[in-house]
Design a binder for this molecule. Structure first.
Ligand code: PNW
Length: 470
């Protein structure tokens, strides 16, 4: 028996996707190459060599997909704009690329669905990567120009603009661990990328706000709960502090406090490039935002030799082969608790979402009253185990139910959370895992492109339609 809950009136319930993961049409209407076209064509980079060249063919099926969203009672649709469609060479504006998003926005508004636009979800134009990519400061001005170009075309109808999705992934998975595009493996490039991503965000917010003070502007970060394996162990507590610092605080503190966390800079030591931060950068980065988007999937339990009590072990661990995204804290090890995981191997931690939202509300919403939105939450689960074509994904229903209840609890405890977007509307290209992981509440048959709502879609349609569970 579970208790019925009701979300506050006006609470937005929707779903999310990203351009490279669903659109396909990789070379149509003048779209330029992006770093994921190049990376996915690199042997060994993506499972089975899968690419996003066709993906869910959403570029051609957009009107039907919006009709599907309407049939699921979605109040909002979070999608991203492909920078390489809009600026194929990273500079010149391609109106044909913008046409697609303009049609999408019209279609959404006609279906009474709020368009929630993300400007950058990991698909940097290849031309800009060749000019140095995110580790090079020049990309910041290009991003501001691109943001304004999108605004000029869509701003009459789109009022919510998110600059970046998950800069942690772009910077550290892309430039330090090399498991995401562009596949570079230099820890300092990861740090440079992180800073320039945040700077591009802040400068774009300033430029957009100057152009149109009424816009709702923000960015989306991914957060992972970090817990020490043994709370009594100084080494384990240090391990948790380090990864919490790098994964969570390193991105949110510059935004809301105008400074990188001191302890993380200490952990990084000489890795932190001394020439990286220019005067005024942190003031730009901390330009107030209206919305903080929260992507939440999981939590980790970690362990690690304390660098002071065990300097030798820490030094050795740091020299291991596989590049780690945990720059400067490579010795920290994630331990499995043996609790249920999704198909990504990610532990299911709904209560951590409530705690996270309350922490953000308390420490990071500021006097301006930044609103919180859960911009992604969802689970990879098996595809059609019985081969019937209908996926009865009760485990996903339970995952979504647990996390929505956690959001509701956070609201009851005072967090100003205004909406929730399930990741994802449909199965799609799961980055380095290609099409082998399925997050959709709607099943996609990649041979026929047929869309079939799963049990979770029916369940979510009830929630979105009523604003309540149970
Ligand atoms: C997010 N991690 O990615 C992205 O925003 C989506 O595009 C993606 O499909 C979704 O979550 C599911 O993966 C993440 O390693 C990728 O911690 C990796 C991590 C976190 C988020």
């Amino acid at each position: 028996m579970t208790t019925p809950i009701t979300f506050p009136s006006g609470f937005l319930l929707g779903s999310a996707t990203a351009a490279y993961q669903v659109e396909g049409a990789a070379h149509e209407d003048g779209r330029g190459d992006c770093i994921w076209d190049t990376f996915s064509a690199t042997p060994g980079a993506v499972v089975h060599g899968h690419t996003g060249a066709v993906a869910c063919d959403h570029y051609h099926r957009m009107p039907q997909d919006v009709a599907l969203m309407r049939s699921l009672n979605l109040g909002a649709y979070r999608f991203s704009v492909s920078w390489a469609r809009v600026c194929p060479d990273g500079r010149t504006v391609n109106e044909k690329g913008l046409d697609f998003y303009s049609r999408l926005v019209d279609e959404l508004l006609a279906a009474d669905i709020v368009p929630w636009v993300t400007l950058y979800h990991w698909d940097l134009p290849q031309a800009l990567e060749e000019a140095g990519g995110w580790p090079a400061r020049g990309v910041v001005d290009r991003f501001v120009d691109y943001a304004l170009a999108v605004y000029e075309r869509l701003g009459d109808r789109v009022r919510q603009l998110t600059t970046l999705n998950e800069p942690w992934c772009s910077a550290f998975l892309g430039y330090a661990a090399g498991v995401h595009a562009p596949g570079r493996t230099d820890p300092q490039d990861g740090l440079r990328a992180a800073h320039h991503l945040l700077l591009a965000h802040g400068r774009a917010v300033q430029a957009l706000r100057e152009r149109d003070p009424g816009l709702e502007l923000g960015l989306t970060l991914n957060f992972t709960e970090m817990q020490p394996q043994d709370p009594a162990s100084a080494g384990d507590r240090d391990a948790a502090r380090r990864l919490d610092g790098l994964a969570n605080r390193f991105f949110v503190e510059p935004l809301t406090r105008g400074a990188y966390p001191e302890d993380v800079l200490e952990d990084l030591g000489e890795l932190w490039p001394q020439d990286l931060v220019h005067d005024g950068d942190l003031a730009d980065i901390s330009t107030p935002i209206d919305v903080l988007g929260v992507n939440f999937y999981t939590g980790s339990m970690v362990t690690g030799p304390h660098p002071e009590s065990a300097p030798e072990a820490a030094r050795q661990a740091r020299a291991y082969d596989a590049p780690s995204p945990n720059v400067g804290s490579e010795h920290v090890v994630v331990v499995r608790r043996g609790t249920p995981v999704t198909d990504m191997g990610w532990e299911i931690r709904p209560q951590a979402l409530r705690d996270l939202l309350l922490w953000l509300q308390r420490d990071h919403t500021g006097p301006a009253g930044t609103r919180l939105y859960v911009t992604e939450n969802g689970a990879a689960m098996p595809d059609d185990p019985d081969g019937t074509g209908f996926v009865d994904d009760q485990d996903r229903v339970a995952y979504l139910d647990g996390h929505l209840r956690a959001v509701h609890e956070a609201i009851q405890c005072g967090a100003d959370v205004r909406g929730y977007f399930v990741w994802s509307l449909m199965d799609n290209y799961e980055w380095a895992y290609g099409y082998t992981r399925r997050f959709g509440i709607v099943r996609v048959d990649y041979d026929t492109q047929e869309r079939t709502p799963k049990a979770s879609a029916r369940w979510f349609a009830d929630v979105a339609g009523s604003g309540a569970i149970g």
